[in-house]
Design a protein. Structure first.
Length: 474
């Protein structure tokens, strides 16, 4: 029988759990939705009266939180009671790439998924539908099922009845457009075996998503579809970034090439913007998972095929850092360089795997003094990513970095400006003003193709753009 879902718990109140549950609560006012997290600070930030302090910056999210918080949307650290009350539990915890042990550098670290499953096993009561939402390797639902089955057996002995149905319903939202992606998804996947549980979940989605967009699959297909979707998208980016280098070498223009190929309906227009390399929490991690999976099943050549998408991505980041050094007379030691953008893309405060990290690290290693700006990223996040303390005093021997929210101060006396994230505020820069502030010869490196050549005309600033190379006659 399809159970009526009245209370939902989401374990993990991060970039996926937060927006996903906010939209769910907004669309299902009769369901009590509670997000729980082990990170007290994060929960406090979600509950902060000042909505500018929400831990996730996402256009449209503030408004949804404002109209639902403490009505049917709650944020709590009371994991035990929230799980106990819930009819349906979403697992939406972090699954980063392992840094040590077997599979280090490739496999996902599932310790947070495992501990979530153990919490569910311990605290739940009655029948609970468990939905895997985190991006996970194929066969993770099996791990969750195994942990829960043990507790089903024990509950039989102890007379406290517990039973579970495990489903996979991967999230396809992209940060920066999460609310729209959640409200109008291209499709929703529900992978599982228990038809009743699958119908209960689709009944929730159907409150706002047309039924024909809800696809039912087996669990493994659902998990593999998520990895494959991200691998295909990332592959497009490595392909266009590879062509950007060829454009720079030959005189072809990347925008003309991407327009020409995008006009072919079979290729399509989206995801053809060359850039400094892709970032974000998913693409690299999912491809590494795919590589690991192929190796596990003895598909060596296939694993190398997918790994090359990452090799090209790292190459794109490295070549940008090295061409900056090359253009600045082969050395950036003690030179001030302004970096605009630290988030991995515009409209998010997320810095995970941002191309800015490795480009900044390469320049710091070469002795540069970076002044970094980002409208949403905070200095402590940059410090964490660069593993290097912010220093206001430029050192003599090695590079240093500092954060500045004022764009003019960032470029004052700088030899170069590198644009790394396509924030709107960077699209309206007055280069005439900048040219007076910067040290000559001054350079602008536009890795996102958001600056028009015309806006630099007559300023004397030297200009490089991805997929164009050095632009002459400015
Ligand atoms: C991605 C998938 O799009 C999403 O479906 C999945 O659920 C999670 O991973 P996300 O990482 O949030 O989403 O952002 P996305 O828009 O895919 O961008 C990823 C990276 O590719 C960013 O660094 C972005 O700047 C870059 N990118 C994207 C380009 O360089 N050019 C493009 O044309 C598009
Ligand atoms: P994602 O982008 O996948 O949402 P985040 O790192 O933004 O990843 O969010 C995951 C959240 O899950 C973090 O806030 C983390 O504290 C939380 N988390 C991890 N393990 C547990 C757990 N066992 N119980 C509750 N919350 C957890």
């Amino acid at each position: 029988m399809t159970s009526q879902i009245k209370k939902i718990c989401c374990i993990g109140a991060g970039y996926v759990g937060g927006p996903t549950m906010a939209v769910l609560a907004d669309r299902c006012k009769d369901i009590k939705v509670t997000l729980v997290d082990i990170d007290k600070k994060r929960i406090n930030a979600w509950n902060d009266k000042d909505l500018s302090k929400l831990p996730v910056f996402e256009p449209g999210l503030k408004e949804i939180i404002k109209r639902n918080r403490n009505k049917n949307l709650f944020f709590s650290t009371d994991i035990a009671n929230t799980i106990k009350e819930a009819d349906m539990i979403f697992i939406s915890v972090n699954t980063p790439t392992k840094t040590s042990g077997f599979g280090a550098g490739y496999a996902s670290d599932l310790k947070w998924v495992e501990s979530s499953a153990r919490q569910v096993a311990e605290y739940s009561s009655g029948h609970t539908i468990v939905v895997e939402k985190s991006t996970v390797p194929v066969r993770t639902a099996e791990l969750i099922q195994n942990i829960l089955s043990e507790s089903e057996e024990n509950s039989f002995i102890s007379n406290i009845k517990k039973s579970f149905s495990v489903l996979s319903s991967p999230e396809f939202l992209a940060e920066g457009t999460a609310i729209n992606d959640l409200e109008n998804p291209d499709r929703v996947l529900i992978g599982g075996e228990d038809n009743n549980a699958m119908r209960s979940l689709s009944g929730i989605y159907e409150r706002w998503i047309p039924a024909n967009k809800i696809l039912f699959t087996n669990v493994w297909s659902s998990e593999l579809s998520k990895l494959t979707a991200n691998a295909f998208l990332a592959q497009r980016l490595s392909s266009i970034n590879a062509i950007s280098a060829l454009c720079e070498a030959t005189g072809a223009e990347i925008k003309e090439v991407s327009n020409a190929i995008g006009a072919d309906k079979r290729i399509g227009k989206k995801f053809l913007d060359a850039g400094p390399g892709f970032g974000g929490s998913c693409f690299q991690k999912d491809i590494l998972n795919l590589v690991y999976l192929c190796q596990y099943y003895g598909l060596e050549k296939i694993s190398r095929y997918w790994e090359h998408v990452l090799i090209v991505n790292n190459w794109q980041k490295e070549r940008i850092a090295s061409l900056v050094v090359e253009k600045l007379f082969g050395t950036v030691t003690n030179k001030k360089i302004a970096m605009f953008g630290f988030a991995f893309k515009a409209n998010t405060n997320d810095t995970r795997e941002s191309p800015s990290i490795s480009i900044a690290k390469d320049l710091l290693e070469n002795g540069a003094n970076l002044m970094i700006n980002d409208p949403q990223v905070l200095p402590y996040q940059i410090e964490k990513e660069l593993c290097k303390k912010e220093s206001k005093i430029f050192s003599e021997k090695e590079g240093s970095w500092s954060f500045n929210s004022n764009l003019n101060e960032c470029v004052k006396d700088a030899d170069a400006l590198i644009i790394l994230t396509a924030w709107d505020e960077y699209k309206e820069i007055n280069f005439e003003k900048f040219s007076k502030l910067m040290r000559k010869p001054s350079w602008v490196f536009d890795t996102r193709k958001i600056i028009s050549k015309n806006s630099l005309k007559g300023t004397g600033i030297k200009f490089w753009q991805v997929g164009m190379g050095e632009c002459s006659s400015l």
